[in-house]
Design a protein around this ligand. Structure first.
Ligand SMILES: [Zn+2]
Length: 412
């Protein structure tokens, strides 16, 4: 069932449920549908009188309106109006039939329900043209790794592929407020900010979604509070794609990037405790803090990382903590914590590191584009420690589960 009123009526009038289901499916297909009792009755093998009574119940519930009219005996066209006399507007023959026949359509409130139930598209059928979906997609999700895409498609199964500059997977989802929304997803074919800049730009131009979400894995800062398996909602991106190499071998960053939209950051911040309380992801791999392989000889840093991991993984199962904070974005793979250390000397507040947020941010702000942007990054490793077995897969699932719950609960 698509329209909540028909769903309610079907449960209140069980013997008429099949009729309500057919009416619901018919109007969900087209808001303009003219419901003919005899046609519905013959489709269902029902008595016409029972169909009419279900339709009249719908009129009383406010979702349909009834119109009286007569069928032209010459051309078979139904004519609205019950007054005798007059000619058929279709074939101009005089209307001879005395029998008044009712037809039913969606009322204004029924049409509003229909629009809400179809995610603003106006039909439950999937349409081939991307223009049908432009401005109608609430959230467009961008992934990079196939495991990230698989985890997202598990939560938002692809129901239709629509082609713009890229093919996009479309899915209808129901929010916690029982609203039907459209979710699109697309995977980058390459890592990196340049690819993110291109694809997010195309995505926004094609679909003009309310919000673009970058969903997947990231690296945890060795200095921040987020550890393996945690999730970071990026409220700010530090763009480190532009760097100057100094003569002494150090790097200096141009320090671009910026904050996400205030309304979105406020929503994420207020949803954080709810997400923390409501999402549970099992299957986190074990962490053996005594068998960590560090990627540098910086003993002070390594000791610090070890202490933080003992704090979280030493006792009972750690579980996921939800953080809202800045993310660094660079095109260099962050294997080297010394580079990260340099960053963190100037960007100490950053919790995680990724390779796409900065490009996506630039794309979202270029040329009068208005789509919001947010990164949801689950930590699959810690900069300074070799990647542990199984964490990538686990973090992909964590990111998708939190993204799903956020999308369900976010009311823009
Ligand atoms: Zn006629």
């Amino acid at each position: 069932m698509y329209l909540p009123t028909f769903e309610r009526l079907a449960s209140e009038h069980k013997s008429l449920a099949a009729i309500f289901a057919l009416v619901d499916a018919t109007v969900a297909e087209s808001a303009q549908a003219l419901l003919e009792p005899y046609a519905l009755a013959s489709e269902l093998g029902e008595q016409e009188s029972r169909v009419e009574s279900a339709l009249d119940v719908s009129v009383r519930a406010g979702v349909l309106r009834r119109q009286d009219g007569r069928v032209c005996s010459a051309c078979g066209q139904w004519q609205q109006g019950s007054a005798a006399g007059g000619d058929c507007t279709q074939c101009q023959a005089p209307l001879r039939s005395r029998r008044i026949e009712a037809r039913y359509r969606l009322s204004d409130s029924g049409r509003a329900e229909q629009l809400a139930a179809t995610g603003g598209v106006g039909t439950i059928s999937w349409l081939p043209t991307i223009l049908a979906y432009r401005g109608k997609v609430r959230v467009a999700i961008v992934t990079i790794k196939p495991e990230e895409e698989d985890a997202i498609l598990h939560k938002f199964p692809s129901q239709h592929i629509v082609r713009g500059q890229r093919p996009y997977q479309l899915s209808r989802a129901t929010t916690a407020a029982r609203e039907t929304i459209l979710v699109a997803s697309v995977r980058l074919t390459k890592q990196g900010n340049l690819e993110a800049l291109t694809v997010v730009g195309q995505l926004i131009d094609d679909l003009a979604p309310t919000c673009v979400l970058l969903v997947g894995i990231g690296g945890a800062s060795p200095f921040g509070d987020a550890v393996l398996g945690d999730v970071v909602f990026g409220n700010h991106v530090h763009d480190l794609t532009v760097a100057l190499d100094n003569a002494d071998g150090s790097k200096e960053f141009a320090g671009e990037g910026g904050p996400m939209a205030e309304s979105l950051v406020a929503a994420v911040t207020s949803l954080r405790p709810t997400l923390q309380a409501n999402v549970k992801v099992d299957g986190a791999p074990a962490v053996d803090v005594d068998a960590l392989e560090y990627t540098t000889e910086d003993n002070a840093l390594n000791k610090k990382i070890r202490e933080r991991l003992i704090e979280r993984f030493g006792g009972a199962a750690a579980g996921t903590r939800v953080h809202v904070g800045p993310i660094l974005s660079s095109d260099a793979l962050m294997k080297n914590p010394l580079i990260a250390k340099q960053w963190c000397e100037t960007r100490r507040d950053a919790l995680g590191i990724d390779m796409e947020f900065a490009g996506a941010y630039r794309a979202s702000r270029a040329g009068g584009r208005t789509s919001l942007l947010l990164a949801i990054r689950a930590m699959s490793d810690i900069v300074g420690v070799k990647k542990g077995e199984g964490w990538v897969r686990h973090a992909c699932v964590v990111a998708a589960e939190y993204a799903y719950e956020f999308v369900r609960r976010w009311d823009p």
